[in-house]
Design a protein around this ligand. Structure first.
Ligand code: ADP
Ligand code: MG
Length: 262
């Protein structure tokens, strides 16, 4: 990507419509051989909101993110992002529209340096070859350093990704998502395997990200959830069981019965 393209992608990101809700999930359902993993689900996420999704194993949390990012096609219902219907688009188009997804296990290029991993994530970088041969402009370098700093990897740029701790790999992947300047980030259990200190730092990071973007996080650790969530959505058997502030859902009898009480 050249400088002009980088500037243009910034412009594209500033021309979004300014309605309050960035994401609308409407009557969303997916059946796998008759089993409804997500069952007639409705929810909305606001701009600059940090939403946490909780619920027992098998509740449909990951499947919901899979449908938002286009990995799984719903059986019924739709997903609207800035009023664009994502359910008609390919995964690649959805990324370009401004939705970034982080899967449960970190997927970084182990043999490349942290810097190279960031370079590969620049929008418009489709292949390893392309990204290894492109010119490192000052502007790109500056952007990478800014993001590396945000995700606590500023001093790690020249290390190979395989030398990072598990937590640092999670941060690298979040940083790689940020390189694409998404308006909405979807993160599946980003603090799994992190130390308490790393969790705290990640909580601060996600809160900071949600001051300009929207973030949807799947998480189990209720202390972490309480610290970061603006609002919590509880799923159970593919359906919405409860929604509200962390303390509201924590004191909801239905949530205690199927999830928190265990
Ligand atoms: P969670 O992330 O809340 O633990 P998942 O969304 O991964 O739950 O899974 C919800 C349910 O859907 C589970 O019972 C799971 O086995 C099932 N499921 C998910 N993906 C598929 C698939 N591709 N084919 C069949 N069943 C699936
Ligand atoms: Mg899951």
């Amino acid at each position: 990507m050249n400088t002009t393209q980088l500037e243009m992608s910034h412009l594209a990101n500033t021309s979004v419509p300014a309605q309050r809700q960035i994401l609308k999930v409407e009557d969303l359902t997916v059946s796998f051989d008759g089993f409804r993993a997500v069952d007639n689900l409705n929810l909305t996420v606001d701009r600059n909101e940090l939403r946490v999704i909780i619920g027992p194993n098998g509740a449909g949390k990951t499947t919901l993110l899979d449908m938002i990012c286009g990995k799984t096609k719903p059986t019924a219902g739709r997903v609207l992002f800035n009023d664009i219907e994502l359910t008609r688009m390919s995964e690649h188009e959805i990324v370009r529209a401004g939705v970034g997804r982080k899967f449960q296990t970190p997927s970084v290029y182990e043999d490349l340096s942290v810097l190279e991993n960031f370079e590969i994530s620049l929008p418009g970088m489709h292949g390893l070859f392309q990204s290894l041969t492109f010119r490192r402009t000052a502007q790109v370098r500056e952007r990478i350093e800014e993001i590396a700093d945000q995700v606590f990897l500023k001093d790690q740029l020249n290390r190979r990704a395989c030398q990072l701790s598990h937590g640092q790999k999670q941060w690298l992947e979040i940083g790689m998502l940020l390189m694409q300047e998404p308006e909405l980030l979807l993160l599946d259990e980003p603090v799994a395997g992190m130390s308490p200190r790393e969790r705290e730092q990640t909580g601060d990071l996600l809160s900071r990200i949600a001051t300009g973007k929207s973030v949807v996080v799947i998480e189990h650790d209720m202390d972490f959830v309480k610290r970061i969530a603006h609002k919590v959505t509880v799923l159970h058997q593919g359906k919405l069981l409860s929604e509200g502030s962390a303390s509201e859902v924590q004191s909801d009898r239905r949530v205690i019965d199927v999830y928190l009480g265990h």
